[in-house]
Write a protein that binds this ligand. Sequence first.
Ligand code: SAH
Length: 235
Amino acid sequence: MSNVDPHELEKFSAAAHRWWDKDSEFRPLHEINPLRLAWLDRLASIRGKRVLDVGCGGGILAEAMATHGAAAVTGIDLGSKALGVARLHALESGLENLDYVEISAEALAAAQPASFDVVTCMEMLEHVPNPASTVQACADLVRPGGWVFFSTINRNPKAFLLAIVGAEYLLKLLPRGTHEYDRFLRPSELAHHVRRVGLELIDSQGLSYNPVTRRYRLAPDTSVNYLIACRKPGR
Ligand code: SAH
């Protein structure tokens, strides 16, 4: 298993019991969840679809997609504590179209290629040593004609200032050390990885935070946090 940074997994493991605490460091993920769900559903209409969520953590997005009418949602992660929390929460929510597996995207892609209609991989690429390998795995996992969604953080002085200095040091939205600047990905780099594996880039959105209103919104500005939607050609 090569495309994993044990130090990253440990950071998430230490916080795992707080995944569903909306006042914890996971608050930003809870707050952006309705925005990203509405956006991806508008493009890929997840009702009745087989969906895979890569790097699902405690299941914030996976569970929302299951509630939103996906036929089946599989969440995968390498953090076993997060998966334990996700399974328990799904049980409490009474969701039966949702399951969680501890496996890497690369290993699942080798075992079950082209078996999902929609693959999501949110806020995870900036935590792995080889994001191109994760992008390849996601492309392999989706069926022809299916959709793949990524979100991550741009790499430039403004992103450093807002995503690290602002979010971790000034506003304290995230614990210090959550993100490493060197792992941030420019949209052009992500677009390169995506095209290299034969995915077609369909849409991109920026995610911006207003510290005064404390609200997130989707907007064209991709200079800090951003999301992209891709499609695998064919049908
Ligand atoms: N996608 C979720 C959680 C993002 S947090 C959401 O947006 O709500 C990042 C997650 O990536 C954590 O759960 C962490 O355990 C996971 N992760 C980090 N490296 C990973 C790897 N190599 N393979 C799978 N998951 C990984």
